[in-house]
Design a binder for this molecule. Structure first.
Ligand code: AMP
Length: 372
């Protein structure tokens, strides 16, 4: 258990690092951010920062020597860099967990091996394998890079056989993975934490709605039959246990029309779909993350309120900022980014409801309405 005054190193300097650093401060820890950007969202609220590239192993070594434990808000650190860190300081979650989540092929193979269902998939190393995979999985299907994809980047929808070759040529790096298209009823996620003592806690499953491939709103809790929610939670906890995770993990899933769950992706760090927990739970995802990493006990991941989370994306998202902070009931979070480029996550707000009082479909628009 790290004592107050210890230094937690966080690799990655974006909003997830910022909100983790704020949670760390609440528990008396100092944070050291490692990332390529000067004065970014996390560095603004951290005691120390190292500005260096993720592949600068000398800088990673100096960083490891200056902290008591290392965690991540960005998981695409080169494998050799992870090994450098892990050789010098406790790294939570461990390099093995990051390697799996960095690579869609390893991730899907791992999930299926532990009995977690995914969309049907095939590894594609060349055009012959692509043709074979399209023949086997059928169309439509989604072709995705195995590494470095996020928010819909690095993927292509294949509708007709003629779409395949051009999509394959465009996507990089290779190999890629072909996934059968899931005609889902909704998308949900579960955020799970596992402590150094092996205790696992899970926040309630939530529904996520996307706009232009970027998360737009989260409804907490997801309005689904209790059996579906229980199964989602079971799957999330199973993944955390089988990964022997120490830290926090988000598991994104598709829910089909008949209530079946297929895991799309896992992220071993705080997640945008867990931002509602900051205001609707006594201990939110960022504090849970820091607690797990610091070896503190994990309290129940209970919620005291229902919530709607709305992401503020790009210049349009920020255009309303002055009115958002002036609207009673909207709990605003700004990420401190200087420039609102299109598609960039700039902030979010939560609106809370009494537990059990999340509005039905027609109330969602009202819930996120910004005052005049
Ligand atoms: P990803 O980059 O894997 O998180 O995918 C981004 C979004 O694309 C998901 O949230 C889905 O809305 C959609 N998507 C990804 N994979 C599939 C699939 N196999 N079938 C249908 N939609 C998908």
């Amino acid at each position: 258990m790290l004592s107050p005054g210890s230094v937690i190193g966080i690799v990655g300097g974006g909003q997830l690092g910022r909100m983790s650093a704020m949670a760390a401060a609440k528990l008396g820890y100092l944070v050291h951010i490692f990332g390529p950007e000067t004065g970014g969202p996390a560095a603004q609220v951290a005691a120390f920062s190292t500005v260096a590239d993720y592949s600068d192993f000398e800088a990673l070594r100096r960083f490891a020597a200056a902290v008591d434990v290392v965690t991540f808000e960005f998981e695409n650190v080169p494998a050799e860099g992870l090994d450098v860190l892990a050789g010098l300081v406790p790294v939570r979650p461990g390099p093995g967990v990051l390697r799996i989540s960095q690579d869609r092929l390893l991730e899907k193979a791992f999930l299926n091996e532990i009995g977690v269902p995914t969309a049907p998939w095939a590894a594609v190393h060349n055009e012959a394998e692509l043709a074979e995979a399209v023949g086997r999985l059928g169309l439509p299907a989604v072709l995705k890079t195995t590494r470095l994809g996020y928010d819909g980047k690095g993927q292509a929808m294949l509708r007709e056989p003629g779409d395949a070759a051009a999509a394959y040529a465009r996507l990089a790096p290779k190999p890629v993975v072909l996934e059968g298209f899931v005609d889902f009823a909704c998308e949900i996620s579960v955020v799970v934490a596992r402590g150094a003592d092996g205790r696992v806690v899970s926040f309630d499953p939530v529904e996520n709605r996307h706009k232009d491939h970027v998360l737009d709103i989260t409804l907490a809790p997801a309005r689904l039959p209790v059996e579906v929610l229980a199964e989602a939670t079971r799957l999330g906890r199973l993944v955390a246990e089988r990964l022997e995770l120490v830290g926090l993990l988000a598991v994104e899933m598709f829910v089909t029309a008949d209530g079946a769950l297929l895991v799309n992706e896992i992220a071993p760090r705080p997640h945008n779909s867990g931002h509602w927990t900051m205001d609707a739970c006594p201990v939110g995802q960022f504090e849970m993350h820091i607690r797990a990493v610091a070896g503190l006990p994990l309290p129940e991941a209970a919620r005291h309120s229902d919530a709607v989370m709305k992401n503020l994306v790009g210049p349009e998202g920020m255009a309303d900022w002055g009115r958002i902070v002036a609207t009673p009931g909207l709990i605003a979070h700004h990420y401190g980014k200087a420039e609102a480029r299109p598609g960039r996550k700039m902030g979010h707000f939560n609106r809370l409801f009494a537990k059990g009082g999340l509005p039905g479909e027609f109330g969602v628009t009202d819930a996120i309405r910004v005052g005049e």
